[in-house]
Write a protein of this length. Structure first.
Length: 51
């Protein structure tokens, strides 16, 4: 399997727009960004003990 190139990314973007609609794309990315931010904060939490 090769790397994902520009043509593949364009095809994926077109499919996403067709499924969700152009108006919902920013909302989806906002949710993904919040999830990543929460994950980073949780992984940096000094109070978290393993075990």
């Amino acid at each position: 399997m090769g790397r994902i190139g520009m043509p593949e990314l364009i095809i994926i973007l077109v499919i996403v727009v067709m499924i969700f609609g152009a108006n919902r794309i920013p909302e989806i990315f906002r949710g993904v960004g919040k999830g990543i931010k929460e994950f980073k904060n949780a992984s940096k939490d000094p109070d978290h003990k393993d075990g």
